[in-house]
Design a protein around this ligand. Structure first.
Ligand code: NAD
Length: 433
């Protein structure tokens, strides 16, 4: 099938690449010319395991092409996936200008029947808006259908998730469009849920809101563990065996970040508000998330008494492991709060160093965990990269000024750290040392 993808970010690039891998003829367009020029040289704009090989393979056999001209993509695709960004406005409402801009371009350039699929995360009823924009701008009497096909991939496993999703959601009100979408997804062995367009749009926001709430829930329980002397890892394990709960998303930590949970949960509150519903539960989810970051900063300050002129080594900057994405990463808030009180920050992350350099000022960027630990008054763990789980703790201790580790991701066993002679503070567990 001839398919086009507009917006080649985390979602668009994974979608275009996997659709090409499944045998379609794909043209992917992005307004960012540098990104496209780099992709044409097989230089990936993001770190995503497995992506580069698949892009290269499918480009070389001619099934995947990149352009910075949306018009070229619109003319090519019988099905056009809109994957542009939907960032938050200052008041957390969803900025739809990129989606709407692309809808106008599609209307003006389409000459035959198209299925226009919005994959970007958008408020319920955006499908109707897109339909109206296209109707108002189409030249002549070209037919089209609008479909909502929300994306559930996780950064860090984007290719795997796109090839093997838990489910595919197709929101459509035209049999013709549903049949085309079924054909596209036929090679993917996952339940395909057909809904109306509004339900599909809501499934995405509801899913992210639920997951964010699960994280805030376990973080709240972690606070009770800290106060009562229980252990959050034990509590979460005991809860997770219950199939109704499941063990996923029960990791206590320093709160969720990334491009999806913070913006989508805030946007969902706004969406509800616009319908006259006060979404108290989700408001609490967000508040608890903000508190959790503050609570971690307090742990650091309490441990070091005064962070003024203290050297703090930071391991991990991305919002989660296996991605270079720093959007809404908890590390941003935590580092900036410590800097406000004159802490000296040294930091290392396996993949985000370039992006981090454009976000932070006055941070000494290091080449690895050992350089970060050298002469530090404390080491703080903000992202649970495997590399940090495997560090040589004896060597770390010998390099540090004070053997203090404050772990926002519970990656070490407290007893191991105690035996090595560290003071070890983590989330929802007893301090040791
Ligand atoms: P992104 O910022 O990485 O990519 C968006 C891309 O769209 C950018 O490359 C930008 O240059 C391009 N773009 C913007 N306007 C354009 C235009 N008019 N024409 C062509 N290209 C244009 O964003 P992302 O993380 O891929 O997210 C895209 C959408 O998918 C968002 O709605 C997001 O909420 C949703 N989503 C993201 C994830 C994720 O894990 N990142 C997961 C599921 C859903």
């Amino acid at each position: 099938m001839n398919i086009s993808v507009i917006g080649v970010g985390y979602v668009g690039l994974a979608t275009a690449t996997v659709l090409a891998e499944l045998g379609n003829d794909v043209v992917a367009a992005d307004a960012d010319k540098d990104k496209i020029d780099n992709l044409n040289k097989y230089k990936m704009p993001i770190f995503e395991p497995g992506l580069k090989d698949l892009v290269e393979k499918n480009s070389k056999v001619g099934r995947l092409r990149f352009t910075h001209e949306n018009k070229e993509a619109i003319e090519h695709g019988d099905v056009i996936f809109i994957c542009v960004g939907t960032p938050p406005k200052d008041n957390w409402e969803t900025e739809l200008k990129y989606v709407e801009g692309v809808a106008i371009e599609i209307a003006k350039n389409m000459k035959s029947y198209k299925v226009i699929v919005h994959k970007s995360t958008v408020p319920v009823e955006t499908g109707d808006k897109v339909k109206k924009i296209i109707k108002d701008n189409v030249q002549g009497s070209v037919e089209f259908d609008v479909v909502s096909n929300p994306e559930f991939l996780r950064e860090g496993t984007a290719i795997e998730d796109t090839l093997h999703p838990d489910r595919v959601v197709v929101g459509a009100d035209s049999e013709k469009a549903i049949e085309i979408m079924k054909k596209i997804y036929n090679p993917i062995k996952a339940p395909l849920i057909v809904t109306n367009i509004k339900s599909a749009e809501l499934i995405k926001h509801a899913s992210n809101a639920f997951l964010a709430t699960k994280i805030s829930f376990i973080n709240s329980v972690a606070r009770i563990c800290e106060l009562s002397g229980a252990d959050i890892e034990e509590v979460a394990e005991g809860m997770g065996y219950d199939k109704r709960i499941s063990k996923h998303f029960l990791n206590a930590g320093i709160g969720y970040g990334g491009f999806c949970f913070p913006k989508d949960s805030q946007a969902f509150i706004k969406i509800a508000e616009n319908y006259g519903y006060d979404y108290k539960l989700l408001k609490a989810t967000n508040e608890i998330n903000e508190e959790q970051k503050k609570h971690f900063v307090k742990k650091i300050k309490d441990t070091l008494k005064d962070v003024n002129n203290k050297k703090i080594g930071v391991l991990g900057l991305s919002f989660k492991p296996n991605t270079d994405d720093m959007r809404f990463a908890s590390s941003i808030y935590i580092i900036q709060e410590l800097q406000k009180e004159n802490a000296e920050i040294k930091a290392y992350d396996p993949e985000t160093m370039e992006k981090a350099k454009s976000i932070f000022t006055d941070v000494e960027f290091c080449k690895g965990p050992y350089e970060t630990a050298k002469d530090s008054d404390a080491l703080i763990i903000l992202t649970e990269w495997n590399e940090f789980k495997e560090i040589d703790l004896k060597k770390i201790k010998s390099l540090m000024k004070n053997p203090i580790i404050i772990d926002g991701r519970n990656i070490y066993n407290p007893e191991d750290l105690r035996k090595e002679g560290f003071t070890y503070i983590s989330i929802g567990r007893k301090k040791v040392g």
